[in-house]
Design a protein around this ligand. Structure first.
Ligand SMILES: Nc1ncnc2c1ncn2[C@@H]1O[C@H](COP(=O)(O)OP(=O)(O)OP(=O)(O)O)[C@@H](O)[C@H]1O
Ligand SMILES: [Mg+2]
Length: 427
C-alpha cells in the first residue's frame, strides 16, 4: 500500500477532485503487480472521491470555471493536432471540463469532448450522432454541465417513446379540455427546461407535425400549448441526439430538411466502441468497479481468455452492451468470471457446451476435446507442482514461455494452485 498512501483525501474543488480520481485510476491501471487487496483499497478511495464529487452542487462546479478561463486562453495555443491523447485529456481537466462520468480517451472521443467544450457556453443547438449505446445522453449532459446553464434544469425527452398524439402536449404543454384526458392546464417539457437544456433523444422518431412546432422554437424561442392561442417565450437550449442518418431522412422526406440544418449547427459524433478498442480495458475496469458498488460485492476478476474475448468482440450495442455484459458477469461469477459466464448469444463457439453432431464439424469436435484435455493436463500438472510454472515446465519438458501462453489461452492462473492461495490475477 506504500506507493499509494494518498491517505484520507481531503475535500477539494471540483477540478481537484477530478484530478485525484484520475491520478488514482491511472495508478490502478498502469502499476504492474498490484495485489488484489491494494487494488480494492484504491478503488474504495476512488469511490469515496466520486461520492464527494457528486455532493458538490452544479453551482460550485460552475463557479470553478472562471478561475480556469485564463488557463483556457493559455492552453488553447498549445493544442496542435500532434499532442497526445493523454495531454489532450489533461488539458481538458486543467480547464475544469466536466466529464460527467464519460470515460475513455480515444482521439475521436477527445474530438467530441473538445467540440462539446466549445459549444457548451453558447446557446447554439447541438446534434449528437452515434450508434445506439455510444453515450449520446451522457454527452448531452456534458454539453449542459460545461455551460452557463449548468445549475438549471436538464430535461430529457425520448421522442421515440412517447405516442405520436401525446408528443406535442408532452413538449409544449396543453390547455384544459384541448383533448380527451386534458383535465387541467399543463406545462410541457420546454417550459420545465426554461433557462436550462432540453435533451431531445431519438429526434429522428419525431413526427412531422411535431417537427414544425420544434422549428418554431428554434426560430423564435416561443411555444404554444396545445389548444391555446397564447404564445409563451422560452429560453431553452436544445441538444438533440439520433442514431439515424437525418440527412438521408430529410432527402427521403421523413425529416424536415430545414429542421435538420437548424438543429445541427454543431455536430458531435460519437465513435462506435469497435473503433475505440484501446479503451475497452479502461471501460471494463470502470464498469467492474461500478457493478461491484451496485451489487455490493468485490470487483469481479476477469479470466485472461474472457478478457481476450471482451477486447475483440464487436459490440453492436456499444458501451451499453459492454456495461450490461460486465454487470451480468459480476452477478453470475464468483471470484473470477470466465467465458462461460457470457450470454449464450455472444459466447464463442468453442465455449458452447452443447455439442450436437450436425451443429459442429468433426474437426470442431476434435479440437474442442483436445482443448479440454490440454486444459485438464495443465491444471493437474499445476496441482502437482503447487502452482510453480518453472517446475511444471521442467517436468513436462515444455518451454516456459510456451507454457505461459497455454495457461493464458485456457484462463488458468498458476496462483490459484499455490498453497493457501486462491488469488486469481485481476485485470
Ligand atoms: N464513455 C463512457 N464512459 C462511461 N460510461 C459510458 C460511456 N458512454 C456510455 N456510457 C454508459 O453506457 C450506457 C449508454 O449510454 P447512453 O444512454 O448515453 O447511450 P446512447 O447513445 O444514448 O444510447 P441509445 O442510443 O441506445 O439511447 C449508459 O449506462 C452510460 O452511462
Ligand atoms: Mg439514449
Amino acid at each position: 500500500m506504500k506507493a499509494f498512501s494518498l491517505k484520507k483525501l481531503s475535500s477539494a474543488s471540483y477540478g481537484g477532485l477530478i484530478e485525484k480520481i484520475e491520478v488514482l485510476r491511472s495508478s490502478i491501471r498502469f502499476t504492474p503487480g498490484l495485489s488484489a487487496d491494494v487494488k480494492q483499497a484504491l478503488n474504495k478511495q476512488v469511490n469515496e472521491l466520486r461520492e464527494e464529487l457528486m455532493m458538490l452542487s452544479r453551482k460550485e462546479r460552475a463557479e470553478a470555471t472562471p478561475l480556469l478561463s485564463k488557463a483556457r486562453a493559455q492552453t488553447k495555443k498549445t493544442e496542435p493536432s500532434s499532442v497526445s491523447t493523454s495531454q489532450r485529456r489533461e488539458s481538458l481537466l486543467e480547464r475544469n471540463f466536466a466529464f460527467e462520468g464519460v470515460f475513455g480517451d480515444s482521439p475521436k472521443l477527445l474530438d467530441a469532448f473538445e467540440i462539446a467544450e466549445k459549444a457548451a457556453p453558447t446557446n447554439l443547438p447541438v446534434l449528437i450522432e452515434g450508434e445506439s449505446g455510444t453515450g449520446k445522453e451522457l454527452m448531452a449532459k456534458v454539453v449542459h454541465a460545461n455551460g452557463k446553464r449548468a445549475d438549471k434544469p436538464f430535461i430529457s425527452v425520448n421522442c421515440g417513446a412517447i405516442p405520436e398524439n401525446l408528443l406535442e402536449s408532452e413538449l409544449f404543454g396543453h390547455k384544459k379540455g384541448s383533448f380527451t384526458g386534458a383535465s387541467s392546464d399543463r406545462s410541457g417539457k420546454f417550459e420545465s427546461a426554461n433557462h436550462g437544456t432540453i435533451f431531445l433523444d431519438e429526434i429522428g422518431e419525431m413526427p412531422l407535425a411535431g417537427q414544425v412546432k420544434l422549428l418554431r422554437v428554434l426560430q423564435a424561442n416561443e411555444i404554444q400549448r396545445v389548444g391555446s392561442d397564447e404564445i409563451t417565450k422560452v429560453d431553452t437550449r436544445i441538444v438533440a441526439a439520433t442514431n439515424r442518418d437525418l440527412l438521408q431522412m430529410s432527402q427521403d422526406g421523413t425529416f424536415r430538411e430545414d429542421l435538420y440544418y437548424r438543429l445541427g449547427v454543431i455536430h458531435v459524433t460519437l465513435p462506435p466502441l469497435r473503433e475505440r478498442k484501446d479503451e475497452i480495458g479502461v471501460l471494463i475496469e470502470y464498469f467492474c468497479d461500478e457493478a461491484s458498488e451496485s451489487l455490493e460485492r468485490p470487483p469481479v476478476n476477469i479470466s485472461p481468455s474472457l478478457y481476450h474475448f471482451l477486447q475483440n468482440y464487436r459490440y453492436p450495442g456499444n458501451i451499453r452492451e459492454l456495461r450490461n455484459i460486465i454487470y451480468r458477469l459480476s452477478c453470475l461469477a464468483d471470484e473470477t468470471a470466465e467465458v462461460e459466464h457470457l450470454p449464450e448469444a455472444i459466447k464463442p463457439l468453442d465455449n458452447k457446451t452443447v455439442v450436437k453432431s450436425g451443429e459442429m464439424t468433426l474437426g470442431d469436435i476434435k479440437k474442442a476435446a483436445s482443448d479440454e484435455a490440454e486444459k485438464h493436463y495443465l491444471r493437474e500438472g499445476l496441482k502437482t507442482v503447487k502452482g510453480k510454472v518453472s517446475a511444471l515446465a521442467k517436468i513436462t519438458g515444455m518451454n516456459r514461455s510456451y507454457l505461459q501462453t497455454l495457461l493464458k489461452k485456457h484462463g488458468i492462473h498458476s496462483k490459484e494452485f499455490k498453497v493457501g492461495g486462491k488469488d486469481a490475477t485481476s485485470i
